[in-house]
Design a protein around this ligand. Structure first.
Ligand SMILES: Cc1cc2nc3c(=O)[nH]c(=O)nc-3n(C[C@H](O)[C@H](O)[C@H](O)COP(=O)(O)OP(=O)(O)OC[C@H]3O[C@@H](n4cnc5c(N)ncnc54)[C@H](O)[C@@H]3O)c2cc1C
Length: 235
């Protein structure tokens, strides 16, 4: 069913009005677009964004929707290096009133049950999790959910840190900031020892990180069906 829903969504392209962009850190930017009333998504899903103001190769890329539907804005956050792709150069050219196309929302990367969940972010992979924890905060049912967010970034450049800390302060969601693989594995071990294969595991970040954490979980007897992955290529 969710496959059919995705297929329908993919064909539904809409234009989004660009509102503003700002830097989150040295090389990370957030872009905000107007959210039309009939556009909603499950926190954690992504959209396919297309540049329309000029003609470029690879004009469409997937980005997680970093905002929750309840925030009434479409937010995407991305890393832009000193030598950016044409797509990202075009993103930086956006000015108020210009438009971008989005199809979706798509994907099954969202919480479906009340099971204890371990959310594992690597660097820029924090984007879908911001949406997920914002949604839980808005629904005011954070006290009932067992949700642990492990946020690993070897550069210790933690995006949305103030917001995440704020949410952790008034819900039962816990947020742990890590900067080494060793520490990450220790925290994963703690969770798997408690909840074993009854928990749900979500991993988002660069493809290599997502694959290696997934392999680690499986070696800890977590079955594939309890692991959801959002692998970002291009990093
Ligand atoms: C489900 C999903 C969700 C995702 N969510 C996010 C998200 O929230 N945030 C996010 O940042 N990414 C996300 N991604 C990844 C995203 O779609 C891009 O692949 C990623 O941001 C890299 O984009 P890019 O344009 O820099 O990549 P590429 O075009 O792959 O470029 C990679 C690097 O190659 C070099 N390069 C490429 N083209 C040129 C050029 N013409 N000139 C000079 N140098 C060049 C640049 O150094 C560039 O940084 C997601 C992917 C998936 C599948």
């Amino acid at each position: 069913m969710s496959f059919l829903k995705d297929l329908f969504s993919i064909f539904k392209k809409r234009e989004l009005l660009f509102l503003e962009s700002y830097k989150e850190s040295d090389d990370v930017y957030t872009f905000l677009f107007e959210k039309e009333k009939d556009l909603t998504w499950n926190a954690g899903q992504y959209g396919l964004f297309s540049i329309t103001h000029k003609s470029i190769k690879n004009a469409t890329k997937p980005f997680s929707l970093a905002s929750a539907s309840t925030e009434n804005v479409v937010k995407i956050t991305t890393r832009i290096s000193d030598d950016p792709s044409d797509f990202k150069k075009a993103m930086l050219e956006l000015k108020q009133g210009m438009k971008i196309k989005m199809s979706g929302p798509v994907g099954a990367f969202y919480l479906q049950e009340n099971s204890p969940s371990l959310l594992i972010a690597g660097g820029i992979g924090i984007t879908p999790f911001r949406s997920i924890v914002k949604q839980i905060e808005a629904e005011k049912n954070g006290d009932e959910k067992q949700i642990h967010l492990l946020y690993m970034d070897t550069r210790k450049s933690y995006l949305y840190k103030d917001e995440l800390d704020g949410i952790a302060n008034h819900t039962s969601i816990s947020v742990t900031y890590l900067d080494s693989r060793n520490d990450l594995e220790q925290k994963i071990d703690k969770f798997t020892a408690l909840y074993k294969d009854n928990g749900k595991y979500f991993i988002a970040g660069p493809k290599s990180m997502v694959e290696s954490v997934s392999t680690y979980l499986q070696s800890n007897h977590i079955s594939k069906r309890n692991i959801k992955k959002d692998a970002f290529f291009g990093y």
